[in-house]
Write a protein that binds this ligand. Sequence first.
Ligand SMILES: Cc1ncc(COP(=O)(O)O)c(C=O)c1O
Length: 416
Amino acid sequence: MQSVEARTSPFESRLVPASAARPGDDPIFALNAQAQGRAASGESILNSTLGALMTDEGRLAILPTVFEAFRRVPAERAAAYAPISGDREFLDAVIGDLFGDSRLSAMAVAAATPGGTGACHHAIVNFLEPGQKLLTSSYYWGPYAILADHTRRGLETFSMFAQDGSFDVDAMETAIDRLIDEQGRVLLFLNTPCHNPTGFSLDDGDWERIVAVLERAGQRAPVTLLLDLAYAKFARPDSIRWPRYVERLAGKVGLLFAWTASKGFAQYGSRVGALIAIESDPVERDRIRNAIGYSCRGTWSNCNHLGMLAITEVLTDPELRSRCDAERDELRRLLDERVDVFQDLAKKAGLRYPRYEGGFFVAVFTPDAEATCTHMRERGVYVVPLDGAVRIALCCTRVADLPRLVDALVAGIPPA
Ligand SMILES: Cc1ncc(COP(=O)(O)O)c(C=O)c1O
């Protein structure tokens, strides 16, 4: 048998330097593992870290109809490779899910991606040059930075909230102008409704101002907006405001949409998603279709066919679809109850948090997030530290646990 003992190499590492310095674990998964370890050893732990919707019994919430759709997929279709950019029926179904019968559907092209993550990846590599920076708000989903770094791009942020708590459109405009001057193009990621990690959803006033800024910027340089709709299907219906503003922006700036079945169909593990682009010029539309298809071939080749076919079935069979919607409504009610009880308790306790209309997460402001998290962990309560806030995953927190959560927040937030 050959020895597996460490051998001294004449080289520091065979990895390229950038890869040799990668962090080993996702910080949220690491916190979750710690919480689970303590719970397994018998401690009473309240784990409010993970971004998956859990039932009050602590089980992953699923949509049974989606599994019915999986069972309907013929084995030989599921086992076959999917087309590189995804099945035509799947792409049409996703485009229909986003835009229905509106004129936008006729201007849409798409490619299947492994979840919204894959859609963000393809946007970055096709709408930014290496070395250029993606723009997003100061609170953002961490993997945006990893995707940008990993693809040799960077990430720049603008302050998300103005003094009055509204979305800081002025800061966004300043950053867009600066990036146009510096790199001659802009790719802006906005995650709404139900932003991760703050819970914030853009309202009509925010959107009006964003549209005006983007229209102006789109005259100066190639500007592309990606709407990350990861949590959209769990928004309260009156929080879904983007369609009419996107309609106004069509033809003036590039429009991309990151669509995913992870949350909306409770299929986190199936890796079903798509990048959709709206483009009024047919020549440019073909270029985008080719570019994103090429990126599929150059990364994961093609996506999970079984998942894609099952989600197509749910989206296109009216009976299945309405049952699935009804099941999701049930889950949304579960989440909305947590949101309402949290808001009630948080307001009474004087906690400060962004405008919140629902969704998997909410952030609570604190002058020292690390200190707050450490204090809360001592009480067995796990939340995620951000810059100036902590993220609470109401998606995995039972109503019965909310008083304990809010008490721990109150005790853990030092005076400003
Ligand atoms: C803001 C945001 N965007 C995109 C995603 C992508 O998830 P997936 O790749 O599972 O669709 C997530 C998942 O947590 C998210 O929080």
